[in-house]
Design a protein around this ligand. Structure first.
Ligand code: PEP
Ligand code: MN
Length: 346
């Protein structure tokens, strides 16, 4: 249910509607928009009667939301959500690029990559410290030590950090360091983790599960939003299909379709989406043409020595070329792209 208020509704009228929602045992979510102010309701199991609200001052309408995901749907909010991180953002006019190695492997590795990426115009540094690997015998990440190196790299360069949060146990340590908390494909269905992330006020990068439908991805996002955290960035990272010649099949349909169904920003990860470094650049460019708000790209100074995902990581020179192509493409899709100096071209 969405309670739509008059544009000129007073704070007292808005508070009275929120109080009414609380008194019914539900949770109100204020959704400001350019055209209207709306208050979403969650926590109800069945239909809520519109009659509770229609007679309250300032209320224009009370409409049921037809999708199973509510707060993240376009029905509830027409304007695109822009997730702000310091002076940068994801989902606004400018394309956002998140880049870095799959895993933080050593202090020197992450410091080296971070300074190269910064110089190339990147604003968001990725690097896994707690790695959820398919095999228990694969490198599991440097854990707390990795977080410390990531923190140092961010402090030295001024880049924002993005790292994966694997479970609720390690969430406080990861949240203390990372500007954006990444939920990996393997954890998209970890609802208790999603709820905890909803209680924090930190942006979340939610990756699509290997075999998750778009509706399931959006419902996972709804778990986060339903607890009051609306700063969610979706990430298409490929799904499992019958095709075995690539690691995953990058579902670019997901980009325009998600834009239609949801107001949340969506970025694309062609590194995991293809699993092959030489497919990353073409699929990255295709993602932007499809309407993605940005990219997540694995970059490693020495991919052949990488402890995880070297086969899909770009060398810095190749990544620099991608950034150049992205700048050319940005004007075509009427977006901005960070310049090498860190300024933005309109
Ligand atoms: C990653 O970003 O390194 C990662 C493990 O991604 P995913 O969860 O999409 O497999
Ligand atoms: Mn990886």
């Amino acid at each position: 249910m969405l309670v739509v208020m008059r544009r000129e509704a007073t704070p007292t009228e808005i508070e009275a509607v929120k109080e009414k929602i609380r008194s019914l045992g539900f949770m109100p979510h204020e959704i400001p928009g350019v055209q209207r102010l709306a208050i979403g309701i969650t926590g109800n199991r069945g239909r809520v009667s519109a009659d509770h609200f229609l007679s309250l001052p300032g209320v224009v309408d009370a409409i049921p939301v037809s999708r199973p995901f509510k707060l993240v749907s376009r029905e509830v909010k027409a304007e695109d959500t822009v997730v702000r991180v310091g002076r940068d953002s994801i989902g606004g006019h400018d394309l956002a690029v998140v880049a870095g190695p799959c895993s933080v492997e050593s202090r020197s590795q992450i410091l080296e990559v971070a300074s190269m990426l910064k110089e190339m115009g990147v604003r968001f540094l990725r690097g896994g410290a707690f790695k959820p690997r398919s095999s228990p015998y694969s490198f599991q990440g440097l854990k707390l030590e990795g977080l410390e190196y990531l923190r140092e790299a961010a402090e030295k360069t001024g880049l924002h950090t993005v790292t994966e949060v694997k479970d609720t146990e390690t969430l406080p340590a990861v949240a203390a360091v990372s500007d954006i908390l990444q939920v990996g494909a393997r954890n998209m269905y970890n609802f208790s983790l999603l709820e905890r992330l909803g209680e924090l006020r930190k942006p979340v990068l939610l990756k699509r599960g290997f075999s998750a439908t778009l509706e399931e991805l959006l419902m996972s996002a709804e778990y986060i939003a339903s607890k009051g955290n609306y700063d969610i960035i979706l990430c298409e990272r490929g799904i499992r299909t019958f095709e075995t010649s690539t690691r995953n099949t990058l579902d670019l349909n997901a980009v325009p379709l998600t834009k239609k169904l949801s107001h949340l920003p969506i970025i694309v990860d062609p590194s995991h989406g293809t699993g092959a470094w030489d497919l990353v650049v073409p699929m990255a460019l295709a993602s932007i043409v499809a309407g993605a708000d940005g990219l997540m790209i694995e970059v490693h100074p020495h991919p052949d020595e990488a402890l995880s995902d070297g086969f899909q990581s770009l060398r810095p020179e190749k990544f620099r070329m991608l950034m150049d192509r992205l700048r050319e493409l940005a004007s075509f899709v009427q977006r901005g792209c960070p310049e090498e100096a860190g300024t933005v071209v309109q």
